[in-house]
Design a protein around this ligand. Structure first.
Ligand SMILES: Nc1ncnc2c1ncn2[C@@H]1O[C@H](COP(=O)(O)OP(=O)(O)OP(=O)(O)O)[C@@H](O)[C@H]1O
Length: 605
C-alpha cells in the first residue's frame, strides 16, 4: 500500500521548513491561540524581555565613557571612573535579573501552552478514524507530537525572545552608532554586515554538509542493526563478507562527506579570522583616523566597536532565526492540519460501560460492498448478504485475503461500507451512536497485543474500574487464572516490553478475560492462525466457549474443527459469500469449497 507523507505540501522543503509569506505567518500565528490562556504571564515576560534588551544596549556606551573618563575626556557624572564602573555593574546586575524573569515567565507560558497542544494532538489522534492511520506512517504521526511540538516550543520560548532581542540590538545599535558618528557608521555598515552575511551563507553550507554526514552515518547504522538483528539469516546464507562490503561502501561515503564538511569548516574558521576580524580592524583603523582628526572621542570609538560587534552578532543571529522561524511555521502548519482533521463521532465524555445502552444483537448485512479508502480501485467485498439473530453463532471461513477480517471491521465501523448497509437491531449502524455500537461489541483478535503494565491492568482494560473480584472471576472463566497464579507476582506480573513474555495461548486467554469483563452483546472471535499446542488449544477453546454463551457471535475460523457447533457457516472467497449453511450441510457437498477445505485440513493434521 502506498503510504503518503503529509503536511509536506509544495511550499515546504525537505526539512519541513515553510517559506515565510504573509499567509503562512498569519496561519502560524494561530498557534498562539494556545498562549492566550497565559497571556498575563506572556506580557510580563515581554516586559522583562524589553528591559533586558535595553539594559544590554547601555553596556558599550558605559564602557566607552569609562575609557574617556580615564583619559580625562569626560565631564559631569561621567567623570568619575568608580561611578561608571558601579554603573556597569548595576547594568549587568539588572540585565541578569531581567533575563531570569524573562526566561522564567516565557518558560511558564511555553511549557503550559505546549502541554495543551500535545494534549489536544493526542486526544485528536486517538479519536481519528482508522482510515487516517492507513494513509500515514506511525513515525510521521508521532513526530507531530514530538519534533513539531518541540519546534513550536522553541519558537515560543527562545526564538521569539531572540528575534526581539536581536532586532532591538540591531535598531538601537545602528541608531546609537549613527548618533556617535555618521561617517564611521556608514563605513562600518558598508563592510561589516556584508561579511557577516557571507559568514551566514558559509555557515548554512556547513550545516547542510554536517546533516548529510549524520544521515550517512545513520545509514551505516541501519546496516549494523539490520544485520545484527538478522544475524542467523546472514550466516545461513554465508553472506558475512557481502555485509562487510556493504558496510564498508556506506562507511566510505560517510567519510567522504565528513571530510568535505571538514574542508568547509576549516575554510570557515579561516574566513572568520581573516574576514570578520579584518572587518573589525578596518573599522578600528578608520575610527582611529577619525579620533586622530578630532572627529570623535576615543571612548566613543570603543563604544562604537562594541556596538559593531553587537550589530554583527545580531545580523548573524537574525539569519539563524529566519531558518528557525521557517521551521516553526512548517511545524505549526502540520500541527494545525491534524487538529483540523475530522474525528470520529464518539462520546467525548467518559461513560461507564454499564451505563451504555445494550443492543439486542440482531445483525443484518444487506448487499454490502466495500473498498478500502486507500485502495478505492480494488473492491474487497461485494454483495455480502447475511443475517445473524440475537444469540446465534456464525463462522466465516475461507482462504487468506478473502475478506473475512474486513467484514468484521465494518461491523465495528472502523470503516463505512461503500455500498449497501449493515444493521444492528434493524437500525443502520451509521445512524447509531458509535460509542454505543462499539461498547456492545467485544473482540478477541488474532494477534493479541498487550499494553505494557500488569496483567491486572490488561484485563481491566475490558472495563476500566472493574473490581478485583470481577477481574479474578473473568480470569477464571477465561482459563487464565491458573497460569497467572504460577507467576510469583500473580495479577501484578508485568507484561509487555519490560515484563514477562506471555505465550500466544496465554495472551489469548488474557484477551478473553478482557472480553468477559466487557460483557458485550456481540462477540467477534478472530482465531489465531498460528497453531497452539493441543493443551493450550483446549484451554483457549474452553474459554472461548464460555465467552460465547448467550452472545451473538461471529467467529473467523482457521481451524474448521472448532466451528462444527455454530448455527451457520459462511464461506468467503474473493470478497463474496460463495457457500452458506451448517457444517453438516456444507460438508455433504463434495464439490463445495468447505468440504474441500475440510478434506485438506484433515489430510494435513
Ligand atoms: N487496510 C487495508 N487497506 C487496503 N487493503 C486491505 C487492507 N486490509 C486488507 N486489505 C485487503 O483486503 C483484502 C481482504 O483482506 P482481509 O484481511 O479481510 O482478508 P482475510 O480473509 O481476513 O485474510 P486472513 O485470513 O489472512 O486474515 C485483501 O486483499 C487485503 O490485501
Amino acid at each position: 500500500m502506498a503510504k503518503r507523507g503529509f503536511g509536506l505540501n509544495g511550499e515546504q522543503d525537505k526539512e519541513g521548513r515553510k517559506k515565510i509569506t504573509k499567509e503562512s505567518f498569519r496561519r502560524g500565528l494561530r498557534i498562539f491561540g494556545y498562549v492566550l490562556p497565559y497571556k498575563l504571564k506572556f506580557i510580563v515576560g515581554l516586559v522583562f524581555l524589553v528591559l533586558s534588551s535595553l539594559t544590554f544596549m547601555a553596556f558599550p556606551y558605559l564602557v566607552g565613557k569609562l575609557f574617556d573618563s580615564s583619559t580625562g575626556n569626560a565631564s559631569g557624572l561621567m567623570e568619575d571612573i568608580n561611578m561608571i564602573a558601579i554603573g556597569l555593574f548595576v547594568v549587568i546586575l539588572l540585565q541578569g535579573i531581567f533575563s531570569f524573569f524573562r526566561v522564567f515567565f516565557f518558560a511558564q507560558v511555553s511549557e503550559n501552552a505546549v502541554a495543551d497542544i500535545r494534549r489536544d494532538l493526542y486526544s485528536k489522534f486517538v479519536q481519528l478514524p482508522i482510515s487516517f492511520y492507513e494513509k500515514r506512517r506511525v513515525g510521521e504521526i508521532t513526530s507531530r507530537i514530538t519534533t513539531d511540538v518541540a519546534q513550536v516550543q522553541d519558537a515560543m520560548s527562545i526564538t521569539l525572545a531572540e528575534l526581539f532581542r536581536q532586532t532591538t540590538t540591531l535598531i538601537v545599535g545602528v541608531a546609537i552608532i549613527m548618533w556617535t558618528s555618521i561617517k564611521l557608521s556608514l563605513f562600518m555598515l558598508a563592510t561589516f554586515p556584508v561579511l557577516v552575511a557571507l559568514a551566514l551563507v558559509f555557515g548554512r553550507r556547513i550545516k547542510a554538509l554536517s546533516k548529510k554526514t549524520q544521515d550517512e552515518l545513520a545509514n551505516t547504522n541501519i546496516i549494523v542493526e539490520e544485520t545484527l538483528q538478522a544475524i542467523n539469516t546472514v550466516k545461513a546464507f554465508t553472506n558475512e563478507m557481502f555485509e562487510v562490503a556493504r558496510y564498508r561502501t556506506t562507511l566510505g561515503k560517510a567519510v567522504k562527506t565528513a571530510l568535505s564538511a571538514a574542508y568547509y569548516r576549516g575554510a570557515f574558521i579561516t574566513f572568520i579570522i581573516i574576514g570578520l576580524f579584518g572587518g573589525i580592524i578596518l573599522v578600528i583603523w578608520y575610527g582611529a583616523t577619525l579620533v586622530a582628526n578630532g572627529d570623535i572621542e576615543p571612548g566613543s570609538l570603543i563604544s562604537f566597536v562594541l556596538y559593531t560587534v553587537f550589530i554583527g552578532a545580531s545580523v548573524g543571529g537574525l539569519g539563524e532565526l529566519y531558518g528557525k522561524v521557517q521551521s516553526a511555521l512548517g511545524a505549526t502548519e502540520r500541527i494545525l492540519e491534524i487538529l483540523q482533521e475530522q474525528e470520529e463521532p464518539t462520546d467525548k465524555g467518559i461513560r461507564p460501560l454499564d451505563q451504555t445502552p445494550k443492543v439486542n444483537g440482531d445483525i443484518v448485512y444487506n448487499q454490502v460492498a466495500f473498498s478500502y479508502p486507500t485502495r478505492p480501485d480494488i473492491q474487497v467485498l461485494r454483495d455480502i448478504n447475511f443475517s445473524v439473530k440475537a444469540g446465534e453463532k456464525i463462522a466465516l471461513v475461507g482462504p487468506s485475503g478473502a475478506g473475512k477480517s474486513t467484514i468484521i471491521q465494518l461491523l465495528m465501523r472502523f470503516y463505512d461500507v461503500s455500498g449497501g448497509s449493515i444493521a444492528v437491531d434493524g437500525k443502520d449502524i451509521r445512524e447509531m451512536d458509535m460509542t454505543t455500537l462499539r461498547a456492545n461489541v467485544g473482540v478477541v483478535p488474532q494477534e493479541v497485543l498487550l499494553f505494557g503494565g500488569t496483567i491486572r491492568e490488561n484485563i481491566a482494560y475490558g472495563r476500566p474500574g472493574a473490581t478485583d473480584s470481577e477481574i479474578i472471576e473473568a480470569a477464571r472463566k477465561a482459563n487464565a487464572y491458573d497460569f497467572i497464579m504460577t507467576f510469583p507476582e500473580g495479577l501484578d506480573t508485568l507484561v509487555g516490553e519490560r515484563g514477562i513474555k506471555l505465550s500466544g495461548g496465554q495472551r489469548q486467554r488474557v484477551a478473553i478475560a478482557r472480553a468477559i469483563l466487557k460483557n458485550p452483546v456481540i462477540l467477534i472471535l478472530d482465531e489465531a492462525t498460528s497453531a497452539l499446542d493441543s493443551e493450550s488449544e483446549q484451554l483457549v477453546q474452553q474459554a472461548m466457549d464460555e465467552l460465547m454463551k448467550g452472545r451473538t457471535t461471529v467467529v473467523i475460523a482457521h481451524r474448521l474443527a472448532t466451528i462444527r457447533k455454530v448455527d451457520k457457516i459462511l464461506v468467503i472467497d474473493g470478497g463474496e459469500i460463495v457457500e452458506e449453511g451448517s457444517h453438516d450441510m456444507l460438508s455433504l457437498n463434495p464439490e463445495g469449497i468447505y468440504a474441500n477445505l475440510l478434506k485438506l485440513q484433515f489430510e494435513l493434521s
